[in-house]
Design a protein around this ligand. Structure first.
Ligand SMILES: Cc1cc2nc3c(=O)[nH]c(=O)nc-3n(C[C@H](O)[C@H](O)[C@H](O)COP(=O)(O)OP(=O)(O)OC[C@H]3O[C@@H](n4cnc5c(N)ncnc54)[C@H](O)[C@@H]3O)c2cc1C
Ligand code: FES
Length: 257
């Protein structure tokens, strides 16, 4: 581990050097064993926040939630971390000219790498990022790429738009015609938020991809502990978030199961 720095309330940027991941698609995750100890026994999944292939430098943005993340935030530079990945299916990058990224809370984590990669590929990219207060968001100048514009929202109005990121998205799409706004929406955040983002995207006839969260055990498709229902041609199917996901076509995901 190279460094760990606080970025917002209970949130940290962790940099791990010497990680050989090969090609990484934004939206893929790594499965971490925090310490060689058996407690916590299970690995924990974290989205790739950034990966520099040349320097083999992996960055993760995480929020302290329980045991593993509580241990992670106390780790000292030089500590070895066991990283497995990249795992799962990432976001679709091809065929997009104008992208809108919508992140709620720690859901912004994978959208930074996505934003950087889209912009590097010449895609016009804008990010809408929301939190409860400005204390829950990273610094305003912390950007995926200098040419990615970020519109911030906070529920108490302490930074940017006053309200939820979904309310900001709705206003944004009403004010800006589809052809000037986005031909793809990508989103990550709490499930209730993703459901609203998908409804909003559908109302504006914009394709949408979402990164779902689930509690993982194996993380590699073996235990079936992470399945989520989706609409398929043959009816409802239960897909593994760790294997077929975590990124899904938002319009196929069943949110009210
Ligand atoms: C594909 C994927 C990517 C993720 N990427 C990130 C990321 O980039 N940054 C980040 O901070 N977190 C991310 N998470 C969530 C992260 O894996 C959990 O916060 C972490 O496993 C919690 O471990 P813990 O031991 O600290 O908490 P635990 O002690 O295991 O749990 C503490 C509390 O959090 C709840 N919880 C644990 N895991 C989840 C989960 N996955 N979803 C909802 N509630 C949960 C538990 O039910 C419990 O109430 C991701 C999860 C998935 C599935
Ligand atoms: S966590 Fe085991 S199948 Fe997904």
């Amino acid at each position: 581990m190279k460094s760990i720095d606080p970025t917002a309330r209970d949130c940290y940027l962790l940099e791990i050097e010497g990680v050989e991941l090969g090609p990484v698609i934004p939206g893929q995750f790594v499965h971490l064993r925090v310490l060689p100890a058996t407690d916590p026994f299970l690995r924990r999944p974290f989205s790739v926040h950034s990966y520099d292939t040349g320097n083999r430098l992996l960055s993760l943005l995480f929020q302290e939630r329980g045991k593993a993340t509580g241990i992670l935030k106390e780790l000292k530079p030089g500590t070895a971390i066991d990283v497995m990945g990249p795992l799962g299916n990432g976001f679709t990058l091809n065929g997009v000219a104008r992208a809108l990224l919508v992140g709620g809370g720690i859901g912004i984590a994978p959208l930074y790498y996505l934003g950087r990669r889209l912009r590097e590929a010449g895609v016009e990219t804008r990010m809408l990022a929301g939190g409860a207060t400005s204390l829950d968001l990273p610094a305003e100048n912390y950007k995926p790429h200098p040419e990615v514009q970020i519109l911030w929202s906070t529920e108490d109005g302490s930074r940017g738009y006053r309200g939820t990121v979904v309310a900001m998205l709705k206003e944004h799409l009403l004010k800006n015609p589809r052809e000037e706004t986005a031909d793809m929406i990508y989103s990550c955040g709490p499930t209730a938020m993703l459901s609203e983002v998908v409804k909003t995207a559908s109302n504006h006839r914009i394709p949408v991809e979402v990164s779902l969260e689930a509690v993982f055990a194996c993380g590699v498709g073996a235990c079936l502990g992470c399945v989520h229902p989706v609409n398929a041609r043959e009816g409802t199917r239960y897909l593994r978030v760790c294997k077929e996901g975590p990124v899904f076509n938002g319009k196929e995901v069943i949110f009210d199961a």
